[in-house]
Design a protein around this ligand. Sequence first.
Ligand code: PLP
Length: 387
Amino acid sequence: MATPLTSGALTSHLAQVFAQYPIEVVHGEGVWLHGRDGRKILDFYGGHAVAGLGYGHPRWLAALERQARQMAFQTNALPMLIRERAAARLSKFVGLGLDTVFWINSGAEANENALKLAFKLTGRSKIVALEQGWHGRTAAAGAVTWGALEKWYGFPRTPFDVAFTPRDDPAAIDQIVDRETAAVIVEPVQGVGGAYDVGKPMLQALRTRCDDVGALLIFDEVQCGTGRTGAPFAANFHGVAPDMLTAAKALGNGFPVSALLLSDRVAGNLKYDDMGTTFGGGPMACAVAEAVIDTIESESLLANVRQVSMYIRTSCIVGPVTAIQGAGFLLGLKTSRPAKEVQAALLAKNILTGTSADPHILRLLPAYILNEGHVDRLSDALARISA
Ligand SMILES: Cc1ncc(COP(=O)(O)O)c(C=O)c1O
């Protein structure tokens, strides 16, 4: 979530729907952004959780260039090895029996398809989502996003029944998830909701209740997945397997790609035409997803995320930061002052961070290549901001 530090003054032909930061970026390398004004900014925001490998990673560039020269696009009606290979790579990376992949283009589109499949497969009409959860801007994904109806939804009505359950109360689940429920959708670590780790007990309780009433469990790992927790996915991090899992953002490291992963139970019920897409599964997107997973594994980036995340937790409770929540590189720094003030003060010291729906949580979503030296710069800057 961009913070309204200033209104969008850089352009006049763009729809004015985004609050924008007061820096125009022209170039990025690794974890650094270069502004038009010559400023060099340390990026703890990662293009809103997208730049997992950082900017201009050579393997990512090479995969894009190779695939662009070979074949930049081809429809799903024509088989391509890269599409198959990337799906196999992603399934293997996740494990947990999520062995079937449907490629699409954005997080919301992946969630939209997951929800549609849940209705088709169960014949039911209700979805349960978590309070403070965020799932995207389309009709179905927006319907299950906490607070969307009051703030920006725009459609005359939601396309199905939705109930929200508290994110920290396993005891409430049995009342809300019932035999009318087609699916429960949950971000295992909430992003917009404040880098809040829903945690294993809650996820396990949802898994058990879904099994009891015949509902499907969907993990939205658009933000918390693809290595961000220091595990392949948060499902691995918590050891709870969903029936469907959605991935996007860091999966493409900036090239648009998303994926819906299905368990055998779900995939076994698919029929032709249940889902479709033009750009999803494009060879460039698949080459990039494969390169991202290869890079995470071959450069031991999951271990780096775990190690540097721990370092952030031990060194960054300084200045206005009173506590740290979240997992891996999806961290929420609790601030004594409004997080937006701390964010602005950090940006003045050339460090970019994010905020969240919680006004006292500063959100960090850095690239997996971040090191302890970068964290020292953050903790030094925080120490110079008054509490
Ligand atoms: C958890 C989560 N789900 C879904 C989405 C929507 O993804 P997209 O913007 O790619 O449609 C987001 C975007 O921020 C997200 O954080």
